[in-house]
Design a protein. Structure first.
Length: 95
């Protein structure tokens, strides 16, 4: 009976740890959702932002050209112009 306890305990721990662990996709969804809320996006603008955010690869893994393309696409989606676009691009490219 005592020998049966250890495997059952290990199986229970494995099942619990799996359910509590966040996946990379869940973390990305949480981050994108927070960014969209911070920008007060609604409706189609929010859908477009979430789509591009969830498709984006982490900035650290991007080449400078890919980062520029991604930031430019996001700025266009948000219809930013003038100083607002410059400020957004500057901040986006620093990430």
């Amino acid at each position: 009976m005592k020998m049966l306890r250890v495997p059952l305990l290990l199986m229970g721990l494995l099942l619990c740890s799996h359910s509590f662990a966040d996946t990379a996709q869940q973390n990305k969804m949480t981050r994108c959702n927070a960014d969209a809320s911070a920008k007060a996006l609604k409706g189609d603008a929010r859908k477009a932002f979430m789509s591009s955010c969830l498709k984006a690869t982490p900035a650290a893994a991007m080449t400078p050209q890919e980062r520029m393309k991604s930031c430019n696409a996001t700025a266009t989606t948000q219809a930013l112009k003038g100083d607002a676009r410059k400020a957004f691009m500057s901040e986006c490219l620093k990430k």
